[in-house]
Design a protein around this ligand. Structure first.
Ligand code: NAP
Length: 294
């Protein structure tokens, strides 16, 4: 009776690309430490990507910086020729010359180079969703966005997305070209970007939270998988794991959320995808909302 109705299982990015709301974040299929170098178990990585698609994943998030380059190559090696409905979202604007060196580079010429290199590695003629990985403090933000708009006009990008931005930046970018998606950190344990998320929901912009399992991008493990307290209690009630409740809570928050939990194991992949069928009760969602605010 007090079940909250779960929004639809799919969301159409920019009213154009319909994807299942649990996708896959591929960043972890890289060398370690630092998500640097080729994934050592290349064949295992291919199998995981193929299994994800088999299970209905049709949204995969990657970036030039992952590897760098190797992550996109692995995706192409595993999945090309791609199923028609598969959306591969990649990002540019970060160069990574060493595991511990992350260089933001939002200069237009670097974005063009990165976009063209991603097209080659992914073996495609157009990137369905190209995201600015992070605004570069040394380059006027709108110059970076302007280059994405140019690449879009040239047909190399279908839709433009942003990552690690503020509401002000999102609004300013929207004056230059339609912004289809925003990717910022957000989870039940980190609500720093709550206002940005609400803004995206209001404007029907896809919101793609990273770290949805509470992970640190450069460390292994998902803190929310081992959560205790309310999350564990609700998980116990549903006969599932706390990390699945953390994902289900996000899905219940709004229809424009697309999840990209990252994993290197098929068992975890399957567990994460199963969060799709967890129906939370209204009071459980309320309790979790309060917990996250605490
Ligand atoms: N835009 C950005 O700046 C940015 C930054 C970071 C990440 N991202 C994107 O977001 C995606 C996800 O981020 P993330 O990988 O850092 O964080 P995450 O999804 O919160 O967590 C991934 C970590 O959780 C573990 N895990 C996953 N499923 C699990 C399960 N069912 N049970 C127990 N542990 C589990 C994984 O280890 P196992 O391999 O052992 O499963 C991995 O270490 C990335 O792949 C990337 O596409 C974007």
């Amino acid at each position: 009776m007090n079940k909250i109705s779960m929004p639809a299982n799919t969301f159409a990015i920019a009213s154009d690309l319909a994807v299942n709301r649990i996708g896959y974040g591929a960043m972890r299929l890289t060398g370690q430490p630092g998500n640097f170098g080729a994934y050592p178990d290349w064949d295992g990585g291919k199998q995981l990507l193929q299994r994800a698609v088999e299970l209905g994943v049709n949204f995969i998030d990657t970036a030039e910086a992952y590897g760098p380059g190797f992550n996109e190559e692995l995706i192409a090696d595993a999945l090309y020729p791609y199923p028609e409905n598969l959306v591969i979202a990649t990002k540019g604007g970060i160069n990574k010359p060493a595991p511990d060196r992350i260089q933001t580079d939002g200069r237009p010429e670097n974005l063009r180079r990165g976009c063209e290199a991603s097209l080659q590695r992914l073996k495609i003629e157009q990137i369905a969703l190209y995201q600015l990985h992070r605004p570069d403090p040394n380059v006027p933000f709108l110059e970076s966005v302007g280059m994405l708009a140019t690449l879009q006009q040239e047909g190399k990008i279908r839709h433009v997305g942003l990552s690690n931005v503020t509401i002000d930046q999102l609004q300013a970018a929207g004056e230059i070209t339609a912004i289809a998606s925003v990717q910022n950190r957000f989870s039940i344990s980190d609500r720093t970007n709550e206002d940005l998320f609400n803004y995206c929901t209001k404007h029907n912009i896809a919101f793609i939270p990273y770290g949805s399992l509470g992970a640190h991008p450069l460390k292994r493990g998902a803190p929310l998988a081992n959560a205790s307290g309310i999350l564990a209690e609700i998980a116990h009630r549903h006969g599932v794991k706390p990390n699945q409740i953390a994902l289900a809570w996000l899905l219940h928050r709004a229809p424009n959320i697309i999840l990209i939990p990252g994993t290197t194991t098929i068992a975890h992949l399957e567990e994460n995808l199963a969060a799709n069928s967890i129906d939370l009760l209204t009071d459980e969602v309320e309790t979790l909302n309060q917990m996250a605010l605490a």
